[in-house]
Design a protein around this ligand. Structure first.
Ligand code: NCD
Length: 324
């Protein structure tokens, strides 16, 4: 078991933290998707709750802004009957100079069972997972450019719901791959689940070096890259992580890498259009495509609740069942 899995799996190979998809066995990803599918209907019931995490305390620790991810984590926790605390970092003691570890110890003293962490620094959730008490689970809700594994799993759920299986699919990820934690986690998930081909479509300035070593095919020309694809995952330009000009202008970027109706016609006719949000209309995606019939962007948001319920309940039962 590699270093990453030695932290996130129990001795009997159950999930205990969810920090990255890299290296996780396919069986765990499939188990997450199967559980998530069974949770999809909870949102449609009169009483939108199951008692799986009753009595557990889940703390949302968001050191970076988020709307969708934080609220869907909160809803997921509430649907599992857990108590949820949303720590307002801007007004919390960390902004008064308290160290992160001291804040965590205080939350542990309040009997927290799980931390859901979003942080601007890559590796922050690993750091926290390495320092928490053995009964506490840590879930990465996005760290720097490194990983956003729950986003990848809700996207895999969306893809599986549309196509049933992964083996025949060609998937294109388009845009700011360099700064995108979503892209990295998607690539690990798609290759582990065994899709036919993963393509990344981006200008050279927005591609990490040696990206091919992750098992993807690189296209700088979007028109060529979209031919024959079943799934298109669009990404936002992550300006908050750019320390210079990576594209000449937003107009130029939209001309070359924006998804328009015209470009969408190059993909397979049944192709679905995805985006983790927030979308920037007219920068990476044409409005009519974002709102069009091939877009599944809002389905992704709904699926996020079920996928997060699955991951949270698996981590808690992994800790309860096994030796950590
Ligand atoms: C993504 C993120 O924060 O990494 N968004 C999200 O989780 N919904 C992608 C982005 O911000 O562009």
């Amino acid at each position: 078991m590699g270093y990453k899995n030695s932290i996130q799996l129990t001795k009997d190979k159950k999930l205990r933290h969810f920090l990255t998809i890299e290296g996780l066995p396919r069986a765990i990803l499939v188990e997450i998707l199967d559980n998530a599918e069974s949770f999809l209907t909870v949102g449609e019931q009169q009483v939108k709750k199951v008692p799986l995490l009753r009595g557990k305390v889940i703390v949302n620790l968001f050191f970076e802004n988020s709307t969708r991810t934080r609220t869907t984590f909160e809803l997921a926790a509430k649907r599992l009957s857990a108590d949820v605390l949303n720590l307002n970092i801007a007004t919390s003691a960390t902004s008064k100079g308290e160290s992160l570890l001291d804040t965590l110890q205080n939350l542990e003293a309040m009997h927290a069972d799980m931390f859901v962490v979003r942080h601007a620094l890559s590796g922050a959730s690993f750091f926290i997972a390495n320092h928490v008490a053995p009964h506490i689970s840590v879930i990465n809700a996005g760290d720097g450019c490194y990983a956003h594994p729950t986003q990848a799993m809700l996207d895999m759920l969306t893809i599986r719901k549309h196509f049933g299986a992964f083996a025949d699919l060609n998937v294109a990820i388009v845009g700011d791959i360099l700064h995108s934690r979503v892209a990295r986690s998607e690539i690990h998930a798609l290759t582990t689940l065994g899709v036919n081909e993963v393509r990344v479509i981006a200008p050279k300035t927005l591609l990490p070096s040696a990206i091919e070593s992750m098992g993807v095919h690189v296209y700088n020309d979007m028109n060529k890259g979209l031919e024959g694809v079943d799934v298109i995952i669009m990404l936002r330009l992550q300006k908050e992580r750019m320390d210079g000009a990576f594209v000449p202008s937003e107009e130029e970027y939209f001309n070359c890498y924006g998804l328009t109706e015209e470009k969408l016609r190059l993909a397979n006719s049944h192709a679905i259009v995805m985006h983790p949000g927030p979308i920037n209309r007219g920068v990476e995606i044409e409005s009519s495509v974002a709102d069009g019939k091939q877009s599944v962007i809002l389905e992704q948001v709904s699926n996020g609740i079920a996928a997060r319920m699955a991951i949270m309940s698996m981590c808690m039962s992994g800790i309860a069942a096994g030796e950590v």
